[in-house]
Design a protein around this ligand. Structure first.
Ligand code: PAF
Length: 306
């Protein structure tokens, strides 16, 4: 295991990458640290994409701009030594870990307007969240100049918005197009999506939290009979979910626009996405799953299929 080089400043990062860029692709995995096995799979994928000659950069930065005033910025887990060890184990070359002052030397005057996709789902409960996410991601793209950037599908709305950011602002990598890769959600054996926030759950809450994935899988199972059937299946599963305080459960198109209101307009085999957010205790959890409306029950659509 080779220890990654740590860059603490923007200038160090830019200098480090200037030497490496010619050798092969630069692949970026943006994170807020508190890395777990889900992140490990992202870094592994980054290593594969970069190949032996390319460079894998993992950023570790808890971005204050994406937290609301009543959110968990102060108590967000910070585990830098363990993060560094995971990055080394999975083959990262560079860990960029700036301070808040380094990333935001002053109050930012220009931020990214995330547009209407940010007003639904997470955006309704967390106003300003996606402005903060897209602003820091745009800064990371500017500093790293990646050819490929990898994000987990677990934060599905974030992934959709990052794709829109790159397309609408014509952001490119150092040698052409910037490819945004969505990596499948990594799950515990009972289906719970891995998340840095899972560590807030006590054992009873941890058991209750598995209901989110059961709700999504029930919807996926019954989507073969149409959207209403999928929603009914989700509602039935939610009724049995103790300790789960639902924020939303929705089924939308893969680009997060609404599905047609008239079920007759949703043809068999229509791809869709089911998304859920709920509190378990004081911990807010999110998850999502690809569905096929009127599609076959026998085969699960692959996670990254839409
Ligand atoms: O998904 C995350 O961890 C964060 O939202 C990101 C993309 C690193 C931006 O701070």
């Amino acid at each position: 295991m080779k220890a990654p080089v740590i860059a603490r400043t923007r200038a160090d990062l830019v200098t480090l990458l200037a030497d490496k860029r010619a050798a092969g692709p630069v692949v970026l995995v943006p994170t807020m640290g508190a890395l777990h096995e889900g992140h490990a799979s992202l870094v592994r994928l980054a290593r594969e994409r970069a190949g032996g000659d390319g460079t894998v950069v993992v950023s570790v930065f808890v971005n204050p701009l994406q937290f609301g005033p009543n959110e968990d910025l102060d108590r967000y887990p910070r585990t830098f030594d363990a993060d560094l060890e995971l990055c080394g184990r999975e083959g990262a070359d560079v860990v960029f870990a700036p301070t808040v002052e380094e990333m935001y030397p002053g109050e930012p005057q220009v931020t990214v307007d995330p547009g209407p996709t940010a007003d639904v789902l997470e955006g309704r409960t967390r106003p300003g969240h996606f402005r903060g996410v897209l602003t820091v991601v745009a800064k990371l793209f500017g500093l790293v100049g990646p050819d490929v950037a990898i994000f987990g599908e677990k934060d599905y709305q974030q992934l959709v918005l990052i794709r829109q950011l790159v397309a609408d602002l014509c952001i490119s990598g150092s040698r052409g197009a910037l490819e945004i890769v969505g990596a499948p959600t990594d799950r515990e054996t009972d289906g719970l999506a891995r998340s840095s926030r899972n560590r807030y759950l006590d054992p009873e809450q941890r058991r209750q939290a598995a209901a989110l994935s059961r709700v999504l899988h029930a919807a996926r199972r019954d989507a073969t009979y149409g959207v209403e059937a999928a929603l009914d299946a989700a509602r039935a599963e939610l009724r049995t979910a103790d300790g789960v305080d639902l924020d939303y459960f929705e089924i939308r198109s893969p680009d997060l626009t609404e599905l047609p209101a008239d079920p007759a307009q949703i043809g068999p085999g229509t791809p869709a996405r089911a998304l859920i957010a709920a509190r378990v205790g004081i911990t807010r959890l999110i998850d999502n799953l690809a569905l096929t409306i009127g599609g076959p029950t026998t085969q699960d659509p692959p996670e990254g299929s839409n």
